[in-house]
Design a protein around this ligand. Structure first.
Ligand code: HEM
Length: 124
């Protein structure tokens, strides 16, 4: 599931990502909603978005996914993926919205961690 090289890279960089996850989440949502106000208005503003906990769910789950892959590189974390997939299917999230989220999440990680995020680190 994860190559040996990427496992090494992620193992080395995950502590820095984890330590900065609150800031990454804040920058991510600022960027996302600046570029796509309709997502804030029509999608995120419902339900749990008003409380801070949900803001961290996405970035936090990416870090949790990375941790699971490092601990068990050959095992796909299906339980976690299934729960998240059901949630997003029920919200009606579309393929292009995943691209949007990826763009702004990686931009937020690069902004917060700066030069530490080389091309190799981003790819891993
Ligand atoms: C790899 C991509 C993504 C991951 C890992 C992820 C992760 C999560 C997690 C863990 C939650 C909390 C789920 C729960 O409460 O059980 C969540 C909620 C949510 N996600 Fe995502 N997400 C992703 C992509 C997206 C995309 C592309 C959108 C739409 C643009 C989106 C919109 C939402 C919304 C609106 C909620 C809040 C639902 C609610 O609590 O009312 N997510 N996400």
């Amino acid at each position: 599931m994860l190559s040996e090289k990427s496992t090494r890279t992620i193992r080395a960089t995950l502590p820095a990502v984890g330590a900065a996850i609150d800031e990454i989440a804040a920058v991510f949502y600022t960027k996302l909603f600046a570029a796509h106000p309709e997502l804030e208005r029509d999608l995120f503003n419902r339900g749990n978005q008003a409380n801070g906990a949900q803001r961290q769910a996405l970035a936090g789950s990416v870090a949790a996914f990375a941790s699971a892959l490092i601990e068990h590189p050959d095992v796909r974390p299906d339980t976690m993926l299934t729960r998240i997939a059901h949630k997003h299917a029920s919200l009606g999230i579309t393929r292009d919205q995943y691209e949007i989220v990826r763009t702004h999440l990686f931009a937020a990680i690069a902004d917060v961690l700066g030069e530490a995020v080389t091309d190799e680190v981003a790819a891993a």
